[in-house]
Each structure stands twice: as structure tokens, then as C-alpha cells.
Design a protein around this ligand. Structure first.
Ligand code: CTP
Length: 408
């Protein structure tokens, strides 16, 4: 059993890092990962699978990590060890991560100590895959990697090069230094620890009949990126997702809704004790006055069909009006205006009309803004002054937004 599992040391940059080692030939390179982390001043706890110990000896791992090595789910049961290691971790690095381990992580299995450790932890997870090219390119592995990425797991490599046999190609574990620098980079400041954040994402839909709806093209990607980034920075996040087209992250509380009225109810409840509410969802402003009980038929409608729509509540305006002292309300404005100056003016008018503390203005169009991985925003404060501009991946935009909120 390890000597100490205290979490990071207050006032120092020392992290409590779990290094998971699984059963691949590249396990010998994990020794280099551990050594580099120790030299960087971190506390390392190795959790090795039984298969890993066929490739690299426990005494080596213990000597290099300066801690005893954990492998067995049934050791230290009295100390509830299978969850204690994960709970105390600031960062989990799995190197090498075999195809088998990747599949188990994607499925959330906990049939060994490493699986339990990952499931019991809120720490960022970094994996360095190592396997033969065919296994890396197998659709099962491709799907598992996508699942892990959608949950915020950082995947380092694999590199392209000589594999264990005579073959070469993608699948080779990247070198220890690359793994270590990528791992330490994901360790974010925990500047939202203790803060409760509600994020809405996606687009609401209003039913016309049992099979049709009025909706919009929002995929939920930007809102999910904000939720993920906030959780990685220590926030307690509730994601209210309206018809999300991508998987919701596991590190946040998720509530699924369909219509604007459902979104309004969910946000109303979740915002009661929230410190920050971020309305990234695209909200249907109108809903059909009545929903047809059965499918609307063209035989009974003829050549024209008129829909009578009624206005939905403006959730953001309501939140801004009823916010508690200290509560921060953030809105988004998706506009099709092509001219930059005019776009900004629309944003300024909107933030004043809605009364939110901040508004992130972005341009949308047939090929812009929706369902893409990138975004470009200008963030205004309540007076309409620019406080931040960001362009890049939706997660980079999310972090820039959080940087402003961290100072607010
Ligand atoms: N919003 C809301 N409730 C609505 C409509 C929008 O809370 N009924 C929120 C959105 O989540 C977003 C912000 O208000 O954070 C701006 O949304 P947008 O669609 O740009 O503004 P609208 O109020 O719909 O204004 P307009 O249609 O005139 O552009």
C-alpha cells in the first residue's frame, strides 16, 4: 500500500499524480514517465494492472516512484482503497493505454483497481495509447477514443513509427517527455472550486404534431465545451441540454430538456443556488399555439398551411431581473449580420435590453457557428464594453470566457 495519499500539498505546486500502467510492451517506457514526474517534484502513485506487471517489475516501479505500487482491488479494503486513490488524485496519467483498457474506460468498467480509480476520480485523465496499427484503426477503438475525448479525456499520441514487431505505423506510444508535458498542461487552475455553474446548451424544439417540430441548428458543442472547462477548473456544473447532438460530459450533472418551457423550468430550478448561469442554448422564441394530437395531413390542409405561434418567455431576461446579489448571468447572441461594427451594435443593444452581466456575440450563418468545432466571439459587459475577444476551438473560447468570470 502507498505511504501517503494526501492530495496536492497546499501552497506548493506538487501534485498527487496517479500513473496507471496497463499491459503493453511500452510499459517499460512508463518508468521514464514516472521518473520525469518525480523529478518535476510531484508525488506519484502507480496503479498497475496484472498484465502490466508481466512487462515491468514492481520493484522497479516502487523504486522510481518512491511509493508502493497498487495492483490489487482486494488489498486495503478497510481503507476503501479502490476509491481512495482516485479521490486523492489531482491527475491520472495512463501510459501505456492498451486497446483493452481504452475499451474498458469507454464502457466505464471497474473490474480492476485502475478502472475503480478512474471512476472514483474527478481529476483530469490523460492517456497515451500504444497498440498495433490495426488495433488503433479498428472502428471499435476509434469509437472508444471518441467517447473518451467527448468526456474530456486527453489523448496523447500515438506516434507513428516502429512497432514491437517488424511492422511500423501509427500506434507507437509517444515518448515519456511528451506524455509528461501534455499531462501537466491539462492540469488546470482550480479557480472555480466551490462555485456552482449552470450552463444551457443545444437548441430547443417546439412540437407541431407527434412527428414534427420547429427547431434550430445548434448542436450544443459550445455549451458543452463551457461545461467541461468549468468542471475541469473545479466548478460544480449543471448542464441543461436541449436536444444535444453530441454526448454530454460525464463530469457534470446533466438534465435533458426538449422545449423552451422545459428549459425555462429546469434553469429556474437549477439557478436558485447557482453562482453563475451561462445561457449558451439557442432558444425557440415562439411555440405553436396548439400541438396537433395526430400527424398533420396534407389532404386536410390543402396547398397552404398556417401555423399560429405564441411567444415563449425570455429566460435570460427573467434570470437577469431576478438575480441574487453576486450572481452572474451570461448570455449569447447568435447573429447573421455580416458587418463587424453592425454586429457589435446588435450585441450592445441586446445586452442592454436583456440586462445580463455579459453577452458573447458570435456570427452564425449557413456555414458558420453551428455544429463546427471552432468559434469566434466578442464578449461584452453589461454596459456594452468589450471585455474579451476569442477565436479558436470551442474549448479555447470556453476557457477565455471562464478567465473573465474568474476575475468578475
Ligand atoms: N434567450 C432566452 N430566452 C429566449 C430567447 C433567447 O433566454 N426566449 C437567450 C439565449 O439563450 C441567449 C440570448 O437570450 O443567451 C440571446 O438569444 P438570441 O436568440 O440571440 O436573442 P433573442 O432574444 O432571440 O433576440 P432576437 O431574436 O431578436 O435576435
Amino acid at each position: 500500500m502507498s505511504a501517503r495519499l494526501g492530495g496536492s500539498q497546499p501552497g506548493t505546486n506538487q501534485l498527487n499524480i496517479v500513473v496507471g500502467i496497463t499491459g503493453g510492451i511500452a510499459a517499460y517506457k512508463a518508468v521514464g514517465v514516472i521518473r520525469a514526474l518525480i523529478l518535476a517534484g510531484h508525488d506519484v502513485h502507480v496503479v498497475a494492472t496484472d498484465a502490466a506487471l508481466r512487462f515491468v517489475g514492481k520493484p522497479t516501479l516502487e523504486a522510481i516512484s518512491r511509493n508502493t505500487v497498487d495492483t490489487d482491488l482486494y488489498e486495503g479494503v478497510a481503507q476503501v482503497r479502490h476509491v481512495a486513490i482516485g479521490q486523492a488524485a489531482d491527475l491520472i496519467v495512463i501510459a501505456p493505454a492498451t486497446a483493452n483498457t481504452i475499451a474498458k474506460l469507454a464502457a466505464g468498467l471497474a473490474d480492476d483497481l485502475l478502472g475503480n480509480t478512474v471512476l472514483a476520480s474527478k481529476a483530469p485523465v490523460v492517456i497515451a495509447p500504444a497498440m498495433h496499427t490495426e488495433m488503433w484503426q479498428n472502428p471499435a477503438t476509434v469509437a472508444n477514443i471518441m467517447t473518451l475525448r467527448s468526456r474530456g479525456v486527453t489523448v496523447v499520441g500515438p506516434g507513428v513509427g516502429q512497432l514491437t514487431g517488424t511492422d511500423s505505423g501509427p500506434g507507437r506510444m509517444v515518448e515519456p517527455d511528451e506524455i509528461v508535458s501534455a499531462a501537466l498542461a491539462v492540469r488546470r487552475p482550480q479557480d472555480f472550486e466551490g462555485r456552482r455553474i449552470v450552463v444551457t446548451a443545444g437548441g430547443t424544439r417546439e412540437a407541431l404534431d407527434p412527428v414534427r417540430y420547429i427547431g434550430n441548428r445548434s448542436s450544443g458543442k459550445q455549451g458543452i465545451a463551457i461545461a467541461l472547462a468549468a468542471a475541469a477548473r473545479g466548478a460544480d456544473v449543471t448542464l441543461v441540454g436541449a436536444n444535444l447532438e453530441v454526448a454530454a460530459p460525464a463530469s457534470v450533472h446533466v438534465q435533458h430538456v426538449v422545449t423552451t418551457l422545459e428549459l425555462a423550468d429546469a434553469v429556474d430550478a437549477a439557478s436558485q443556488n447557482a453562482d453563475i448561469v451561462i445561457m449558451a442554448a439557442a432558444v425557440a422564441d415562439y411555440r405553436p399555439e396548439s400541438i396537433a394530437e395526430s400527424k398533420i395531413k396534407k389532404e386536410t390542409q390543402g396547398d397552404r398551411l398556417s401555423l399560429e405561434l405564441v411567444k415563449n418567455p425570455d429566460i435570460l431576461t427573467g434570470l437577469a431581473r431576478s438575480r441574487r446579489p453576486g450572481q452572474i448571468i451570461v448570455g449569447f447572441a447568435a447573429e447573421t449580420e455580416p458587418d463587424d461594427a453592425a454586429l457589435l451594435e446588435l450585441g450592445r443593444a441586446k445586452v442592454q435590453r436583456k440586462g445580463s452581466d455579459y453577452l458573447l456575440v458570435n456570427r452564425v450563418g449557413w456555414n458558420e457557428g453551428f455544429a463546427t468545432d471552432g468559434n469566434s466571439v466578442v464578449m461584452l459587459d453589461g454596459r456594452g464594453d468589450i471585455v474579451m475577444e476569442a477565436s479558436g476551438s470551442k474549448s479555447a473560447v470556453a476557457d477565455k470566457l471562464l478567465d473573465v468570470l474568474a476575475r468578475a
